[in-house]
Design a protein around this ligand. Structure first.
Ligand code: SUG
Length: 455
């Protein structure tokens, strides 16, 4: 039975792009720097991602797909002074600036938790769903994602009666915004179709941009600023009583927690967090409970004695997806590394025996993504939609058995088995990638979202 509050939380997973490789581009992301120059397996990576999407779809949850970027990005290389035909641009960049070519070739848009921040229509002053692509200002290879991300989101949610699309925040460190990786929406939900009440928006930032007296990390960058989080809350017309801000502990950023979703995850009325996640952690819990307004709110805190921060970073325990299943129980969708990290395995075995809302743990292999610092939760963007909005959106991006089959065939047809950083110098990779993406825009009914389709 539908009620006025019927709304579902979709997971829109990033389809891994054909240039997936390990280039060591993300200072502060331990896996990215450790695995630089590893041989990557683009086909396997994309198929692993599709398996996870299909598994959530098979659980009866709402699942969608977000298309990847056009890479290598010769348009950006041209802005950097490389000239000639597309092939010449790539060959010159490979010779003169191989790291710049690698940055312009990254498949990093697969981590769609960083694609944007979304506010559902139940929470906004104008009753529309709001989207702001993340500027990803802290990393050059990611800062070039937002224009295409914005076009893809508009092609998916293109009805102006329901959806509002903002441009990314201004570039530069002051308004560094990493999207939903640093944002969680809590809502008093009883089951998986009950996301439509007014929710609490939890924005986590790494530093203040306009106040140097405040604490910040020293070894690794804080990618998200308080001022960026505030700007997104303003743009989305959120009620300030329903917004909570918290600062990440600078110490954990310096241990490799480059996004909040590496140290905490929330869903419904549950926050699952490491004991060392936030500055003034007890105050954060109090603020969340207050904003939740007297409804039952659960904090499941993992102690540093049970799981040291280093093990949380290695296993990506908190980069699990916390989902409400069709029977109302919650499950953690964990990466395989949680099983092979002894402290985490022991903790999870213990957790499911306890009286908390988290009743199940399910393990998925997303190792190709994990080796670049992206777990199950990095690979998905959560978007809450009511039934009217579901009917108004682009239906071709919603996962079903047929789309799963089509995308598997598409990946197997177009993707390479292996890719190294040296292979990025091969201009035929651009042709392969564009051929694949041209077909994909037809499968997903996106229109001409890619720069090569718009010249
Ligand atoms: O931005 N890795 C990504 C991983 C993003 C993970 N997302 C979330 N935690 N939500 C990043 O650091 C590595 C690319 C390379 O080194 O080849 C990279 O971009």
């Amino acid at each position: 039975m539908s009620s006025n509050n019927t709304a579902y939380e979709f997971n829109f997973d990033g389809l891994v792009g054909p240039t997936h490789n390990y280039a060591g581009l993300s200072h502060g992301n331990v896996a990215s720097t450790t695995n630089a120059n590893l041989e990557a397996k683009p086909k396997e990576a994309a198929l692993q991602g599709l398996q996870k999407m299909k598994a959530l779809h098979d659980m009866g949850l709402k699942q969608g797909v977000l298309a990847p970027m056009e890479r290598p990005d010769v348009f950006t290389l041209r802005k950097l002074g490389f000239t000639g035909t597309d092939a010449q641009v790539i060959i010159k960049a490979a010779k003169q600036a191989p790291k710049v070519l690698a940055a312009c070739s990254s498949a990093s848009s697969m981590w769609t938790a960083n694609a944007c921040t979304v506010a559902p229509s139940s929470d906004t002053a104008d009753g529309k769903a709001h989207f702001t692509p993340a500027n990803l200002a802290n990393k050059f290879h990611r800062s070039i994602e937002h224009p295409t991300t914005g076009r893809i989101l508009q092609a998916m949610f293109n009805d102006k009666n329901h959806f509002v699309h903002h441009p990314a925040l201004p570039q530069g460190d002051h308004f560094g915004d990493e999207g939903a990786a640093n944002h969680t929406r809590f809502v008093d939900n009883k089951n998986y179709s009950d996301y439509g009440k007014k929710g609490v928006h939890f924005f986590v930032y790494g530093k203040y941009a306009f106040d140097a007296s405040k604490p910040e990390p020293h070894k690794f960058p804080a990618r998200q600023t308080f001022e960026a989080s505030q700007a997104v809350a303003r743009l989305h017309k959120l009620d300030s009583d329903n917004v909570v801000y918290a600062q990440q502990s600078p110490n954990v950023i310096d241990k490799g927690v480059f996004h909040n979703d590496v140290i905490s995850v929330g869903n419904g009325n549950v926050l699952f967090a490491h004991q060392k996640a936030f500055l003034n952690q007890m105050q954060v819990y109090t603020d969340l409970e207050r904003a939740f307004g007297g409804e039952e709110f659960h904090v499941v805190e993992v102690g540093a004695n049970d799981v040291p921060v280093a093990d949380a970073v290695k296993s990506y325990l908190f980069n699990s997806q916390l989902v409400t299943l069709t029977n109302g129980d919650m499950a953690l969708i964990c990466p395989g590394e949680c099983e092979t990290t002894p402290s985490v395995k022991e903790y999870l075995d213990w957790l499911v025996e306890q009286d908390t809302p988290i009743k199940q743990v399910k393990i998925y292999d997303v190792k190709q993504s994990m080796q670049n610092g992206g777990g199950p939760a990095c690979l998905r963007q959560r978007i809450v939609l009511n039934e009217t909005e579901m009917a108004a959106m682009n239906q071709s991006v919603i996962m079903n058995d047929q789309l799963f089959g089509t995308l598997n065939t598409w990946v197997k047809k177009h993707y390479r088995d292996v890719l190294t950083e040296d292979d990025l110098a091969d201009p035929s990779l651009l042709i392969e990638s564009r051929t694949a993406l041209d077909e994909l825009t037809q499968i997903l009914n996106l229109g001409s979202v890619y720069p090569f389709q718009r010249v």
